[in-house]
Design a protein around this ligand. Structure first.
Ligand code: NAD
Length: 329
């Protein structure tokens, strides 16, 4: 089975070669992402394997279909970058990795909180330069603070458990509240109440038309002065222009993001010697209370192993004509 792997980095290749070597898979690794502009590379392949920033829209899928591709294997959980209607119309199956160490992402969300709060990134640089002063490094106790969680699926639930361990009060909103989390001490409230009462808000819902720009100027108005906002889910949950205004007027006290609305032109690329064309991210980077990581929350050894093995199993099931348990439809 011939598989074109897009947006490949050295580490993706290492894991696929490690876990896929005994199988009858014929992988071709492309560094470029998949989009309408690169779909001609898929001629003669049975499947494509894609990641979060590949643009698998209608035009791309039409191209895949005419090149004979029958399967889109996402090596991630989110599928907002795939036009499912178009895939259905073109009789192309879509599979994903629904869960791969939710703790990896939840722990990264907490890492963003701890870094923003206790400023360890600044302290590290200071001390290395012989500056042992504590000026401006003051943080706050997480103990007894209110953590607001939007979306308590696999990652949100793992995040709630971490927050409970820190002695935080956890309030959450999800359309489908979890009885188990309730028993553990998580209090479910309306989305409005969560936004209004949270000292720290962490977003763990998927990106859908309903959740797009869930954090915008209007949502910010009802939030606490100096709130900390953490997004490890998808960039477009936050309206970047509005959050910039919130940072400028002090409404947003801290912002920690692992995802960014326009990330596909930036993340996973080394642009250190380039002119960065995105003014919004440069402005965000200019704030001392903003911390940006480049979609790395998932990036642990455990998650990479799980992603690779599940992707290989998804492809194997497709090849054998078995029921696709991780199909997105
Ligand atoms: P999940 O499906 O287990 O949980 C999502 C939860 O969100 C569900 O409980 C669902 O009911 C809830 N939800 C849906 N719409 C909602 C709404 N309008 N308001 C509130 N809650 C809503 O998914 P998960 O595995 O926990 O992943 C969550 C998201 O994290 C994914 O969609 C993906 O975008 C993101 N993610 C990011 C990374 C990363 O590296 N940064 C890695 C994996 C996943």
């Amino acid at each position: 089975m011939k598989i074109a792997v897009f947006s490949t980095k050295v580490y993706d290749r290492e894991y696929f070669e490690k876990y896929g070597k005994d199988e009858l898979f014929d992988f071709t690794f492309f560094e470029t992402s998949l989009s309408a502009a690169t779909v001609n590379l898929t001629h003669g392949f049975d499947a494509v394997c894609v990641f979060v920033n590949d643009k698998v829209d209608d035009e791309t899928i039409n191209g895949l279909a005419s090149n004979g591709v029958k399967l889109i294997a996402l090596r991630c959980a989110g599928f907002n970058n795939v036009d499912l209607e178009s895939a259905k119309k073109n009789k192309i199956k879509v599979v994903r990795v629904p869960a791969y160490s939710p703790e990896a992402v939840a722990e990264h969300a907490m890492a963003l909180i701890l870094t923003l709060n206790r400023k360890t990134h600044k302290a590290y640089n200071r001390v290395r330069e012989g500056n042992f002063s504590l000026n401006k490094l003051i943080g706050f106790n997480l103990y007894k603070k209110t953590l607001g969680v939007i979306g308590t699926g696999k990652i949100g639930a793992a995040f709630c458990r971490i927050g409970l361990g820190f002695g935080c009060k956890i309030i959450a909103y999800d359309k489908y509240p979890s009885e188990e989390l309730k028993t553990s001490g998580v209090e479910y409230k309306t989305q409005h109440e969560v936004l209004e009462q949270a000292d720290i808000l962490s977003l763990h819902c998927p990106l859908t038309p309903e959740t797009k720009h869930i954090i915008d100027a209007e949502a910010l108005t009802g939030m606490k002065e100096g709130v900390m906002i953490i997004n490890t889910s998808r960039g477009a949950l936050i309206n970047t222009g509005d959050i910039l205004d919130g940072l400028k007027d002090g409404k947003v006290g801290y912002l920690g993001i692992d995802v960014y609305e326009q990330e596909e032109n930036l993340f996973y690329k080394d642009l250190s010697e380039s002119i960065i064309p995105d003014d919004l991210i440069l402005r965000l980077n200019s704030f001392p209370n903003v911390l940006i990581t480049a979609h790395q929350a998932y990036f642990t050894k455990e998650a990479m192993t799980e992603i690779t093995i599940t992707t290989l199993n998804n492809i194997k099931s497709f090849k054998k004509g078995e029921l696709l348990e991780n199909e997105v439809s």
